[in-house]
Design a protein around this ligand. Structure first.
Ligand SMILES: *Cc1c(COP(=O)(O)O)cnc(C)c1O
Length: 382
């Protein structure tokens, strides 16, 4: 089945429960004991209600993984994976510019539990071996980085992990399984913040973990203890959102491409970061590894922070807000928001200038977004 068909049907209850076309919401904390093994009794915290198992099977199909599990948030997926794999004394290799929550979890909480980490340059595979220790257990990267939308050398990461007996983990949130399926590139575990493209409507918090059945079982055991399950209503909304995943993300990818090309042609725009542009440093790799270049881009105006702020205030359609992947376009200046906790120098070192603007392209007509961007650009240049 193609991805679009899987996103509608994979894992559905058959025969249909009372003929219901849509998976009903099983709003029940516990289920009747029917003589099964006591550990197989259904209970909502154990993520084994029909709402959870349908989603697990559907996401496994989308990620091309043996198994998958939905979680209470993207961070529940990420922390659950890392806590289930790592013990005191273990060492982890991580990509340089990580999602803020992940970076803090790894650098503070895992450090407190005795897990150390080394930050690696994901664009430079030759440098990785020197960072290996006897205790290195895993390597953790993101498909497309925030907010510069760079693409790591994913094939080399997976191959390096295999060669050195490490578990490779990837956060695929910015790409979603529509733009990238890291299991097919050799990754062991794929996590998503389903809050973003997977659910697609900026109306819930959820996450997922996909991988081998053994890996997913281990993560589930950890989350059963931490209590990181997804509520039944959020399961229902996530399943509904997934049905349009391919349609949404393909539209958003096309629209983002047009917007990136438009911005690149504007004299007031200094730089545009979008892997679909020919001058993007990893364009060729992106064309080979991605299926569409995604709905996220970032850019910088020549007028710096003040012009960026003026520009944001002139836009009618995109809301100035963090997060991404929903129907409404969202735009944000990372230095003032997500990366505000770093100093200006720290941001500079990872390439985030104070004037940089990040754009999550929504489901509006591309022409309307282009019109809005054109008017706002004109207004700040008067
Ligand atoms: C949002 C996000 C997360 C965290 O997900 P939550 O659902 O907010 O917990 C993790 N990684 C990336 C890349 C994200 O964008």
């Amino acid at each position: 089945m193609e991805l679009q068909t899987k996103s509608v049907h994979a894992g559905s209850i058959r025969p249909r429960d009372h003929g219901s076309i849509v998976t009903p919401v099983f709003q029940t904390s516990t289920f009747e004991y029917r003589g099964e093994d006591y550990h197989d009794v259904r209970y909502m915290r154990l993520s084994n209600t029909p709402n959870h198992t349908v989603l697990g099977d559907r996401i496994a199909a989308l990620e091309e993984a043996e198994a998958a599990l939905v979680t209470g948030s993207g961070m529940a997926a990420i922390s659950g994976v890392l806590l289930s794999l790592l013990s005191a004394g273990d060492h982890l290799l991580v990509q340089d510019c990580l999602y803020g929550g992940t970076n803090e979890f790894v650098s503070r909480e895992l450090a407190r539990l005795g897990v150390t980490r080394t930050v690696i340059d994901v664009q430079n595979p030759e440098s990785w071996t020197a960072n290996l220790q006897d205790t290195t257990r895993a390597i953790y990267v993101e498909t497309l980085t925030n907010p510069l939308i760079q693409l790591a050398d994913l094939e080399s990461v997976a191959a390096f992990a295999k060669k050195n007996g490490l578990i490779s983990i990837i956060d695929n949130t910015f790409a979603s399984p529509v733009n990238c399926r890291p299991m097919t590139l050799g990754f062991d575990i794929v996590v998503e913040s389903c809050t973003k493209y997977m659910s697609g409507h900026s109306d819930l918090i959820a996450g997922s973990v996909a991988g081998s059945a053994a890996h997913v079982r281990r993560v589930k055991k950890m989350l059963d203890h931490l209590g990181g399950h997804l509520d039944a209503h959020a399961c229902f909304l996530l399943e509904r959102g997934l049905k349009t995943l391919a349609l949404r993300v393909r539209h958003q990818s096309r629209s983002a491409g047009e917007i990136a090309r438009f911005l690149a042609g504007q004299p007031a725009v200094a730089t545009v970061n979008y892997p679909g542009l020919r001058n993007h440093a990893q364009h060729e790799r992106a064309a080979r590894l991605l299926d569409g270049f995604g709905g996220m881009l970032s850019f910088e105006l020549k007028g710096g922070v003040d012009q960026a702020e003026a520009f944001l205030s002139k836009l009618e359609l995109p809301a100035n807000a963090p997060s991404l992947g929903g129907a409404e376009s969202l735009i944000v200046r990372p230095a003032a928001a997500v990366h505000g906790r770093l100093s200006s120098e720290e941001r500079g070192r990872i390439g985030i200038t104070d004037g940089l603007i990040r754009f999550s392209v929504g489901l509006e007509a591309t022409a309307d977004l282009l019109g809005d961007l054109r008017s706002a650009l004109a207004a700040v240049q008067e």
